[in-house]
Design a protein around this ligand. Structure first.
Ligand SMILES: NC(=O)c1ccc[n+]([C@@H]2O[C@H](COP(=O)([O-])OP(=O)(O)OC[C@H]3O[C@@H](n4cnc5c(N)ncnc54)[C@H](OP(=O)(O)O)[C@@H]3O)[C@@H](O)[C@H]2O)c1
Length: 264
């Protein structure tokens, strides 16, 4: 099936690793033109230029911290100037804070909220008029199962995720009349830079392989499918939501979590 993404212009924040990098790759494979950012431009360029079929004519890479409105404004303006349109926006950039309530300092709470909210508010504000001018404007916010099912080991991240899910529903109502669809994907535990960093920093059994370590985590968290997900498994779902074929899907969320969510 043709997903009708050929020549569509999609902005992806956080494209240098994990979900963002897999998504950039899949979108280019679908014939889309892609603008992507991260804070570390060297890493972003190294990662994207190593993609199969990488075509610099269809890809814009730029340094941008999504917490900073002026940098986001410049990034979105550059994407529009380069490609002449913006049809889709994926707010993916981010990370989580593995700390319980008592161990989280107040400034860590604030910076966690800042990252989660600024990372959506700034790009949506900057891209809104361009998305409205598209005949298939769409926003996908990359969120987490934590939004519905808080994890005490990730106290601030869970709270911020819940607020972002709430905001995403507001954005769907607000932007819908402009023809812009807004949805979330709620991730469970996905094998990306985040978990690989935790594996490297593990303090316990250093003899454990990644496979043993991640299988133990999957068992501990009660993942129905018994394993972590892959960035590619997330990217496929985001690509489907970005497709004009999903034209009647807005204001909703899809779990990509192997069944870790216990809610119905
Ligand atoms: N992996 C999981 O299990 C999981 C679970 C739930 C939710 N998520 C969420 O899914 C999204 C993607 O995560 P991932 O696992 O693919 O992470 P990842 O592999 O660590 O990649 C994160 C990307 O975001 C960029 N980034 C981080 N902070 C940024 C900022 N302030 N401004 C611009 N770019 C920034 C990073 O590049 P720079 O560092 O160079 O900026 C990188 O390109 C994140 O929002 C994450 O919180 C992941």
């Amino acid at each position: 099936m043709d997903l009708e993404l050929t020549d569509r212009v999609i902005v992806v924040t956080g494209g240098s690793s994990g979900v963002g990098l897999a998504l950039v790759d899949d979108l280019l494979s679908c014939g889309a033109r892609v603008a992507t950012c991260a804070r570390d431009l060297d890493r972003l360029e190294a990662a994207t230029s190593a993609l199969d079929g990488h075509d610099p004519g269809r890809l814009l890479t730029m340094a941008c911290d999504v917490r900073l409105a002026d940098q986001v404004d410049r990034f979105i303006a550059a994407a529009h100037e380069r490609f002449g349109a913006i049809d889709g926006l994926v707010n993916n950039a981010g990370q989580s804070l593995m700390r319980g309530f008592a161990d989280t300092a107040f400034d860590e709470w604030m910076s966690e909220f800042e990252l989660k909210f600024a990372g959506v508010i700034h790009p949506v504000t900057a891209a809104r008029n361009y998305l409205a001018a598209s005949d298939a404007g769409v926003v996908v916010n990359v969120n987490a199962v934590l939004a519905r099912q808080p994890e005490p080991r990730l106290a601030a991240t869970s709270a911020a995720r819940a607020g972002l899910l709430n905001l995403t529903r507001t954005l769907a109502s607000d932007l819908g009349p402009e023809g812009i669809r807004v949805n979330s994907v709620l991730l469970g535990l996905i094998d990306t830079g985040q978990w690989r960093r935790r594996f490297v920093q593990r303090g316990d059994d250093l003899e454990q392989s990644w496979e043993e370590w991640s299988a133990a985590i999957a068992a501990d968290r009660g993942i129905t499918l018994g394993r972590l997900g892959t960035a590619r498994e997330v990217s496929y779902v985001i690509t489907m939501l970005l497709s004009p074929r999903a034209s009647y899907v807005t204001g909703t969320s899809i779990d990509v979590a192997g069944g870790v969510g216990r809610y119905v």
